[in-house]
Write a protein that binds this ligand. Structure first.
Ligand code: ADP
Ligand code: MG
Length: 946
């Protein structure tokens, strides 16, 4: 009821917006005859004329109707496509920095040419952001005919270009490319050592295609550029792997017996407490155990009771009792693993105690307080303690990551192994993401599990979220078939309004209700049956799955049923666009992981119209309704016939993990027969609720990520700005002199107490400090220092230092010295910024724990982050000056060679664990109240430090 009323209100708002645009559309239409009458050259000459009008102060809004009319005419002449009125509306919406929701197949690619052309007239560059390289290339070429006809240049940024190719692409009037390329180029530019080698210009106007995928789905994890750290702990993975395998085998046996006992118990005495406990143990020991999942699917009530028990035990802090029979526990929902005492013994044998990570602070204190030791011995002893601590905590971390790899990460679901590499599969698109890595050692763990080479662990050098990258543009707009469900998020995060644009022809696709089965096997059987029926009469079917292995499973079943089909997944994505384009031909059956091959137009084949058009089968509901809608949307384009249906099973992750009690009780009430589907509005509601829950959760993750990145963003802006300034070639001399002044004062403050007489100042300390900072011995002869005030002393230090500074300048030659200053500033800034990034990661990690102390974690993060940042700025000054006063002539060739190796070692990543767990290295000492380096999220003293 309320929903309907709201929809009406919303609908009418949308309508009002659309109505406002109608007169403009009429204006554009009215200009058509005039445009048609122009020769090609005359039409082309419009571009120059528009540019002149802009120079004379005309606004883009004033030019819009005529410019759009020009583009439409150019499109008719080059592509033989005349923009529909709804595409004109889409174009205006995009120009107005909003999101145009236009259904799949409505021609968003063409609609975008209108605002792209108009905004490119300013000469400041327009970016069109696509979801993959294939589409960037396709659209460049396809729409390029219009732009080229009108005298505008187009470039493409895709994977594998060098710097000069990138510059070329960015200097074009219009640049097509993926979100990753744009984002990484931004980060890369800000790591460069000269302005000329930077690729991008100032961000001006971006249109993001499939905007929901990019600004919502992919925005959950930041882009990260990382480089190798000095020590890699690879051997540990290989070393611990056999132990973890042993652990898995033992645990499998234990879980197997428990399950047997539980089944027997069920038979004998029903759902007795002891049986539920057993089942709970199974769940905690192996949540993905197939027999267990099967049982739960068949008896949904069990699950409910089990979870209730778990909740109770958890509040009563009795879970350890349950866990003590296991070797390790796995929390699938939170992606956490724990070793029990038994597990520890198994892994570390008799020497478990030796491997319990010691409390570093305490151990060190013990060493310090030991009067038996000489200071030299103490130092040696401290080294030993630190080394031991490092090794032990590293071991722990590696063990946990390996456990995750073995229990929670499945080949062909979360990743594939291709050419000896573990390649992450994007959970939303089913696409492979070569070159990307899970952070925090998880990737190494999976590599060790699969027996492929273990790469080095990396450290963050630069990072940004898509949210903050895209907010840098002066103008941002987006288009997609499915934005409306996420309208609130677009508004809140990006301040983007969503305008729903009507289809050119009415939509007539028939969306059937979900069919829900008890088990996955029944579900697939039913889906195959439907495919068979439709295939018999020649109707094309497109089947969506949520993972590669589900695709393959279904494919095997279809092969058995002798149904010819194509499988479209991340493994052969070179061809996927081609294959999916054929999905609407008569008799075609196409299996595709979610949205693989998207952006490709599916045209219905001859005779398919009479058969009901393209039928879509979803074999599982996705976590987000929007993604389900994307799958559906592939049918029914431009008023075509079409239909869709989703097949679900109680075993599906979504229902299992997020369905909750309500789902189980409904199922119980309705009763389920073997092989019989149920279609019930309550179930559909429950599913929708489950999806909403996950969507809400994911939005929270993105909001949280953004809040934290916002803090970083301010700092990033300051640093990047400073870097750029250093690169402009402007002399840094005034800045350096200012640094010297500040440092002189600081040193004075530290050693010359105004309340005591100058004779009593700590002259020795002062000389040492000055030497450390400026690299020369200050002359502190009695007679020269007599009668000095503190300010006078500072001034004296400053003057002496500047004198030396200028001598150095003369020795090097002013020009050389300016270059040197620039290099040093950049190096110092980059180094300290890198360290700062790591430190901020540590801070973020630890901060969750402060919640106990009644402090808002974000406030703490902001405050401490700011302090750390100011510290870093201070250190930048100190180190710059220190280096400058110590430096020998640096050879440019050496710098270049160094820079080259550095570039070659960078890793670009987005996705995986990065967002959920900040990059972390356990090489630093950990205090008792700091978060444990093992990644458990607990305080160190409550975890490994116990
Ligand atoms: P979307 O991105 O909105 O899903 P596309 O841009 O891929 O849609 O276009 C879908 C199909 O519609 C393409 O084959 C394109 O050639 C066609 N098309 C788009 N606009 C027009 C038009 N104005 N006239 C004729 N065909 C069009
Ligand atoms: Mg498209």
């Amino acid at each position: 009821m309320i929903g309907n009323v709201l929809k009406k209100v919303f609908g009418s708002k949308n309508e009002r917006e659309l109505n406002k645009l109608k007169p403009v559309v009429e204006q554009i239409n009215a200009l058509e005859p005039e445009m048609q009458a122009l020769s090609d050259d005359e039409l082309r000459a419009k571009t120059q004329a528009f540019r002149e009008r802009i120079d004379q102060g005309d606004t883009l809004d004033e030019l819009l109707p005529e410019a759009f009319a020009v583009v439409r005419e150019a499109s008719v002449r080059t592509l033989k496509m005349r923009h529909f009125d709804v595409q004109l509306i889409g174009g205006i919406v995009l120009h107005q920095e909003k999101i145009a929701e236009m259904k799949t197949g409505e021609g968003k690619t063409l609609a975008a040419t209108l605002p792209v052309y108009l905004n490119a007239l300013t000469g400041r560059g327009v970016h069109v952001v696509t979801v993959n390289d294939y589409l960037a290339r396709r659209d460049t070429e396809w729409m390029g005919s219009i732009y080229n006809f009108l005298g505008l240049s187009v470039g493409t940024v895709v994977h594998g270009l060098d710097d000069s190719q990138r510059q070329g692409a960015y200097n074009a009037d219009i640049t097509y490319g993926t979100n990753n390329e744009f984002g990484f180029d931004y980060l890369r530019d800000n790591m460069k050592f000269s302005l000329e080698s930077m690729a991008q210009r100032e961000p001006h106007y971006a249109i993001v295609d499939e905007v929901d995928s990019i600004l919502v789905d992919e925005a959950r994890t930041p882009l990260i550029i990382s480089g190798p750290v000095e020590q890699a702990g690879d051997r540990l993975y290989e070393e611990i792997k056999p132990q973890v395998i042993k652990l898995k085998q033992h645990q499998d046996r234990i879980v197997h017996t428990m399950l047997d006992d539980a089944l027997k118990g069920l038979e004998k005495e029903g759902e007795a407490d002891s049986t539920l406990e057993l089942l709970l143990k199974v769940k905690r020991g192996d949540p993905k155990n197939p027999r267990f999942l099967d049982l739960i699917a068949k008896q949904p009530g069990l699950k409910k009771k089990m979870e209730k028990l778990e909740g109770q035990l958890s509040t009563e802090k009795l879970l350890p009792q349950i866990d003590q029979d296991l070797l390790c526990t796995i929390d699938e929902n939170q992606n956490l693993v724990e070793l029990t005492d038994k597990g520890l013994k198994l892994i570390y044998g008799g020497q478990a105690d030796d491997y319990i990570v010691p409390d570093l602070d305490e151990e060190l204190r013990k060493v310090d307080e030991n009067d038996q030791l000489t200071s030299m011995e103490k130092r040696i002893q401290r080294r030993k303690v630190e080394a031991f601590y490092l090794e032990a905590s590293e071991r722990f971390h590696v063990t946990r990551q390996l456990i995750k790899a073995y229990w929670l990460f499945n080949k062909d679901v979360q990743y594939v192994v291709k050419d000896g590499q573990v390649v992450i599969v994007d959970e939303f698109t089913g696409r492979m993401m070569p070159g990307r890595r899970w952070s925090d050692g998880l990737h190494q763990a999976v590599e060790a599990k699969e027996g492929v080479t273990v790469a080095e662990e990396n450290q963050t050098l630069a990072t940004i979220t898509f949210q903050n990258y895209f907010r840098m543009y002066d103008k941002l707009a987006g288009m997609t078939g499915t934005a409306d469900t996420e309208a609130a998020e677009f508004k809140k995060i990006y301040d983007l309004d969503v305008i729903v644009i009507p289809t050119n022809e009415p939509m007539i696709r028939l969306d059937n209700p979900d069919a829900i089965y008890k088990t996955e096997a029944e579900k697939f059987k039913a889906a195959v049956e439907e495919i068979k029926q439709l295939h018999k009469k020649g109707q094309p079917v497109l089947v969506g799955t949520i993972s590669i292995d589900k695709s393959e499973k279904l494919s095997t079943m279809l092969t058995k049923a002798r149904i010819k089909h194509e499988v479209l997944n991340a493994k052969n994505h070179e061809r996927e666009a081609e294959i999916v384009a054929m999905a609407g031909q008569k008799g075609h059956v196409t299996i595709s992981t979610n949205m693989a091959g998207r952006g490709t137009d599916i045209v219905l084949g001859e005779g398919v119209k009479g058969l009901g058009g393209l039928h879509i089968i979803g074999t599982e509901r996705h976590e987000s309704r929007r993604v389900d809608n994307q799958l559906r949307g592939r049918s029914g384009r431009q008023g075509d016939q079409g239909s869709s249906r989703f097949y679900l099973a109680m075993e599906d992750d979504l229902l299992r993990i997020f369905g909750g009690e309500r789902m189980s009780s409904i199922m119980e009430r309705l009763g389920m027969e073997e092989g019989e589907p149920i279609e019930h509005s309550m179930i559909s509601k429950a599913i929708e609720n489950a999806q909403r829950k996950v969507e809400g959760h994911n939005f929270e993750i993105r909001k949280q990520l953004l809040k934290y990145d916002d803090v970083m963003n301010q700092q990033r802006e300051v640093i990047y700005k400073q870097r750029r300034e250093a690169l402009t070639g402007k002399s840094l001399k005034p800045a350096i002199e200012e640094m010297i002044r500040e440092l002189s004062e600081k040193i004075t403050d530290g050693f010359a107490d105004e309340k005591v007489l100058p004779e009593e100042w700590d002259w020795k300390g002062l000389r040492e400090a000055a030497y450390h900072q400026f690299g020369f011995r200050l002359n502190t002869d009695r007679d020269t220092m007599d009668g000095l005030t503190r300010d006078g002393l500072a001034e004296r230090i400053f003057e002496s230092t500047v004198k030396i500074y200028e001598e150095k300048e003369t020795a090097f030659g002013a020009e050389e010295f300016r270059n040197l200053e620039q290099m040093i500033v950049l190096q110092v800034v980059d180094n300290l910024w890198k360290e700062h990034l790591l430190a901020m990661d540590h801070l973020k990690e630890g901060i969750g724990l402060r919640g106990y102390a009644q402090q808002d974690p974000l406030v703490v993060y902001k405050k401490e982050g700011f302090e750390m940042f100011m510290d870093m700025i201070e250190r930048i000054k100190q180190e710059t000056v220190r280096f400058l006063f110590r430096v020998q002539i640096a050879r440019p060739e050496e710098m270049a060679a160094k820079e080259k190796t550095r570039q070659d070692q960078l890793v670009f990543s987005h996705g995986g664990e990065a967002a959920r767990q900040p990059v972390r290295r356990s090489k630093k000492k950990v205090g008792r109240n700091q978060p444990c380096p093992c990644g458990s999220g607990k305080k160190y003293k409550k975890c490994c430090g116990r």
